[in-house]
Ligand binder design. Sequence first.
Ligand SMILES: N#Cc1c(-c2ccc3ccn(Cc4ccccn4)c3c2)n[nH]c1N
Length: 250
Amino acid sequence: MRIDIISIFPEYFTPLEVSLVGKARERGILDIRLHQLRDWTHDVHKTVDDTPYGGGPGMVMKPEVWGEAIDAVIAQGGPEGAGLPRMIVPTPSGRPFTQRVALEYAREPWLLFTPARYEGIDARVVDEYRSRLRVDEVSIGDYVLAGGEAAVLVIVETVARLLPGVIGNAQSVADDSFAPGPMENLLEGPVYTKPPVWRGHPVPEILLSGHHARIARWRRDQALRRTFEMRPDLIARLDPESLDERDREV
Ligand SMILES: N#Cc1c(-c2ccc3ccn(Cc4ccccn4)c3c2)n[nH]c1N
């Protein structure tokens, strides 16, 4: 997968050089390219923003600069056969970014992220590129960040761990909370490791029993309880068909 990120803070993406994403880049699974938006300005101050039409607080990012930058990245071409990139615009007013959306993105050969700052990008940029590309305006949650870079970090890491070969244990991905299937809309239950007793806190006996069926049942019970306690809104989304008699008792 090829990923292009255009930003006025390319240094914000240093975390993509380490850990899981960094290793995926070293192994050639991910090709991430960063671009400094100001490289497409033409004034001595490298201006990327201006006052909003209609008045109001803050500044808006100029369409000309973004248009030249996006055109230049597209013109570089992507992976063979990839065609044009899917453009992802983080915004507080976007559709929710979920595990299902991440799975969609993980199937794409080329993603182009356009994280903005200030009050966002002139709306005509999205209008322009919707006529040429698939454009997604997405939000990572119901709170307001200072810009889109943190959202890109979240999205890239979420998508990267879904790519074949990135996570050693593919079952771990399949068992993710929110992954489509039996675990969808269920939160992870508690996890434990050695020692068997820590500061007087024992590991639940069932986990030491070696009885895999009972352990699986216990874990599902814990996931249901955790979901009920922390995210009752997700309980309503559970597919009744996916619940057995025991689940209904929990
Ligand atoms: N994804 C996502 C986001 C964002 C986000 C994404 C991009 C930008 C570009 C500028 N700002 C600041 C800003 C403040 C006020 C109104 C508009 N924009 C962003 C915020 N906030 N919360 C999310 N879940």
